[in-house]
Design a protein around this ligand. Structure first.
Ligand code: 4AD
Ligand code: MG
Length: 431
């Protein structure tokens, strides 16, 4: 009999079905064996009775361990007492792959689970997070495609810094130094002269020595860049993208949110409300008045300030017009105030930190060159980038959206490491 998924079998609800999967739980007696079988779609309780399958088969069933893979044929029926409301009376089964005694049992330490990440991925919690992750990637793609953006790719090996020179991973490239990319942005700025509106979803690398719950050294970065843009266009796309992604997860992953115990009500304001927008100056005022935190003008907002600010709202907030000296060299100076740039950070609610960083880009080659020098970079390495301002430069800008940061917030995770199958951090490189 052709196998169907556990979810399909439950939808059918009665009659004979064949399913396959892995043993999630097992217990039994001399006459009866209960197996909870798991596949990617769900779990279901299966009952093997000695009288139904015969002595020989029952002897095999008795030795089944957690994570054994098997095919089962039987009669499905509703059963309120079963974990997912259905039970399968087993007529026949076949073992596909035996399992050793599975190392992951209840209540294991975070370290142990990280060391056994290759096996922990099968847990219901990780399975649900990975499904939400899949929705998020699909939604980003759909958002940009339906808004007229082309998918475009930058190299992952670069000769220059995209963001900050101090957080680049150096690679030995045939004896010469190269770097793992921190952002697709600079090469994207070349791409807009051909395609005008572009996006990517690709890994970015940051040699950040931070051991926080929101930093990965390798993370997935959804970035967009558009020609002829105003600063507001960039911000509006950022807001619309977040709303689109959250909406998709709320629609497609109800069960998963339940499994990971994330209350969807925490996310609903994101769809209903316009995100508060404030300048850096206004943010300092709010921090002073509502959080009793004094920040000297010109200092970047640190995690603690972002967290306090974000706790005042139930949607992401959009901070703009940061001091020039705390932001990247390519951000456009504000015409009205040369001390600040048309740069923005989106800060997630509940203390999940910065989820989007973006800006209008500096078009003036002189100002750009001065900033490259001021940030201690070698201008000769940026010759090709400066060229982009020489041949028909146009107003343009874009942003980067930290995919794992967003997943972490959507899922309400304690640590960003659970937002990616195999996290890379300063201290974690295996498995
Ligand atoms: O703010 P960032 O550094 O901006 C850029 O890289 C721009 N070049 C993007 C652009 O305009 N095209 O990074 C963008 C986002 C951050 O807001 C954050 O969400 C995420 O990338 N991010 C990280 N996520 C996980 N681990 C890290 N170490 C991250 N560093 C940045
Ligand atoms: Mg940033």
């Amino acid at each position: 009999m052709k196998t169907i998924s556990i979810q399909e079998a439950m939808k059918k609800g009665k009659g004979e079905v064949s399913i396959h999967g892995w043993v999630y739980r097992e217990r039994g007696s001399s006459q009866l064996k209960f197996i909870v079988l798991r596949d990617s779609t769900n779990i279901i309780q299966c009952v093997i009775k000695k009288e139904d399958v015969g002595d020989k088969q029952f002897g095999i069933a008795d030795k089944i361990q957690v994570e054994t893979s098997m095919e089962i044929t039987g009669t499905i029926k509703e059963d309120k007492r079963a974990p997912t409301g259905y039970e399968l009376q087993v007529k026949d089964f076949k073992l596909i792959g035996n399992s050793d005694s599975f190392p992951i049992t209840k209540d294991q330490s975070v370290e142990f689970l990280a060391d056994n990440r290759h096996l922990w991925l099968r847990s219901r919690k990780m399975t649900s997070i990975l499904k939400i992750r899949s929705t998020v990637f699909g939604a980003i793609d759909e958002y940009f495609k339906t808004n007229g953006f082309y998918e475009y790719h930058s190299p992952s090996l670069t000769a220059t810094a995209g963001e900050e020179g101090s957080t680049q991973f150096k690679v030995n490239y045939f004896g010469k130094p190269m770097f793992l990319t921190q952002t697709w942005q600079l090469y994207a700025e070349a791409g807009i002269f051909a395609l005008e509106k572009i996006y990517t979803i690709a890994p970015s690398f940051r040699a950040e020595k931070s051991k926080t719950s929101r930093h990965l050294t390798e993370y997935w970065h959804a970035e967009m860049e558009m020609a002829w843009s105003k600063f507001d266009d960039i911000i509006n796309h950022g807001e619309a993208l977040i709303k689109f992604v959250v909406d998709k997860v709320l629609k497609n992953n109800k069960e998963d949110l339940k499994i990971i115990e994330r209350d969807p009500k925490k996310l609903e304001p994101v769809l209903k409300k316009k995100f508060p927008r404030m300048t850096y100056d206004e943010a300092l005022e709010i921090l002073d008045k509502k959080c009793k935190m004094k920040v000297a003008w010109g200092k970047d907002l640190r995690t603690i300030e972002e967290d306090n600010l974000s706790k005042l709202y139930d949607t992401p907030i959009i901070v703009t017009h940061y001091p020039k000296k705390v932001k990247a060299f390519y951000m456009k100076e504000d015409d009205k105030n040369p001390e600040v740039v048309l740069g923005t950070d989106f800060i997630a609610p509940e203390g999940y930190g910065e989820i989007i960083g973006g800006s209008q880009r500096e078009e003036d080659p002189e100002k750009l060159l001065a900033m490259i020098k001021e940030k201690g970079e070698d201008p000769s390495a940026y010759g090709w980038y400066l060229d982009l301002r020489k041949y028909g430069s146009v107003p343009h800008g874009g942003f980067g959206f930290g995919v794992e940061r967003v997943i972490s917030w959507i899922c309400g995770l304690d640590n960003i490491k659970d937002a990616i199958p195999f996290p890379r951090t300063m201290l974690r490189t295996t498995p």
